[in-house]
Design a protein around this ligand. Structure first.
Ligand code: 5GP
Ligand code: ZN
Length: 112
């Protein structure tokens, strides 16, 4: 499958990893939008939030279970923002489910 994030999981495309286990990978975004900008991805190809179902939701719940630990390791004691762009109107550019974690500064109030 021609998926950038599957290739990052396989290791054929390098990434700056910040956390990894059997179900997920966290790595630094190549074009950071904040002092801390990390992407959290499931180690299963799920196209977007719109493709989450009863069979694959365990990957999503696992990511959220790990977010507090990862945020702490990134020094995000003041808080952070979690974003998942979905589909054309959501401006999703990589069609493998991912959650952006943004922080390290006071973020803007607007989201849309
Ligand atoms: P989206 O726009 O789909 O929500 O987010 C995709 C994110 O992937 C973007 O923030 C973009 O900077 C990041 N990205 C795209 N290609 C690469 C890459 O090869 N390596 C890393 N680390 N991030 C990437
Ligand atoms: Zn993929």
């Amino acid at each position: 499958m021609d998926c950038l994030f599957c290739k990052i999981i396989e290791g054929t495309i390098p990434s700056s990893k910040v956390y990894e286990d059997g179900m997920m990978l966290a790595f630094k975004d190549i074009n950071p939008q904040a002092p801390v900008h990390v992407l959290l991805i499931p180690k299963k190809h799920i196209a977007s939030a719109d493709a989450v179902d009863a069979e694959n939701v365990e990957y999503v719940s696992h990511i959220f279970l790990k977010i507090p630990e990862i945020a702490k390791s990134l020094g995000l004691s003041g808080g952070y923002r979690i974003i998942s762009n979905c589909g054309e109107d959501g401006c999703q550019s990589v069609k493998h489910l991912h959650f952006h974690i943004l922080g390290g500064k006071r973020l803007s109030e607007g989201m849309a």
